[in-house]
Design a protein around this ligand. Structure first.
Ligand SMILES: [Zn+2]
Length: 265
């Protein structure tokens, strides 16, 4: 059977879709690629020229490293795989500068990037509050890296899936116990018996409370083995669609690598 994708929700930062006719291993492969194997840019080290703020240099560097940067996967490659051998070059890193003087809060938008395409994904991330006379002057260097090495390079957040639920109801006496118990409120009691609308079935969380409270075993909660409801969020390094696309490309790349190794045997 061919794979099917049914988009339920899609925005710049998040997506929800049903992936059908795939194995659990494949669904998990895509999820793992989103959180661990799609490289992003993140600040790796900071040259501090002046810091009279209340934060230690290390705390500042940590806060800066966790600011998601819009990543251009066509221009930058992970430093470990770069031709420069890890020394740092325009293909694997870029610098951002920041110069601020109090009073006032320093935000992510105050970072000035050397590449106009690479900017903080959120412009309102507070970095530190400066009092009158306090100064912050620095140059931050961002590298391309993988989420599997450090969470600051993790593009996919809250990526997960569950099997598509199957709810069957037979010989229901409309007592209403299941509807009263369902924490998702998706069971409606009609004259002909309990009913779950087609679009509400995917909201089921498999708690099976409806099954437990039914005295006549009229309701049964099961799942489709090869269909998954996928939810994903991006930290802003990529739009949600591109993150899914890049994750699929990672899986494809690994398969191609295997083919080329086997070809050489
Ligand atoms: Zn390089």
């Amino acid at each position: 059977m061919t794979m099917e994708v049914d988009i339920l929700e899609l925005s710049d930062r998040s997506a929800k879709f049903v992936l059908s006719s795939v194995s659990t291993a494949f669904a998990n492969g895509i999820r793992r690629a989103m959180v661990a194997d799609v490289p992003t840019l993140a600040i790796e080290y900071v040259n501090l020229y002046d810091n009279t703020s209340v934060l230690y240099d290390e705390q500042l560097a940590l806060r800066l490293s966790l600011i998601p940067l819009v990543t251009d996967i066509e221009t930058y490659i992970p430093q470990a795989e770069c031709g420069c051998g890890g020394e740092g070059c325009p293909a694997c890193e870029l610098s951002l500068t920041l110069s601020a003087e109090g009073p006032g809060t320093v935000y992510s938008r105050d970072l000035i990037s050397s590449d106009p395409k690479v900017q903080p994904a959120d412009l309102n991330v507070p970095i530190v509050e400066l009092k009158k006379g306090q100064k912050l002057v620095l140059e931050a260097v961002a590298h391309m890296g993988y989420g599997r090495d450090n969470v600051k390079w993790q593009a996919g957040v809250a990526c997960g899936y569950k099997n598509v639920p199957v709810i069957s109801i037979e010989n229901c006496d409309s007592c209403g116990h299941c509807a009263a118990e369902c924490p998702k409120g998706i069971i409606r009691i009609e004259e002909a018996g309990a009913r779950v609308a087609e679009e509400d079935i995917i909201k089921c969380s498999f708690c099976k409370l409806c099954e437990q409270v039914c005295d006549i075993n009229a309701i049964n909660v099961d799942f489709q083995e090869n269909a998954f409801v996928f939810t994903m969020e991006s930290d802003g390094s990529y739009i949600a669609k591109d993150l899914a696309l890049n994750a699929a490309n990672v899986v494809k790349g690994k398969a191609e690598e295997l083919i080329s190794i086997l070809d050489q045997l």
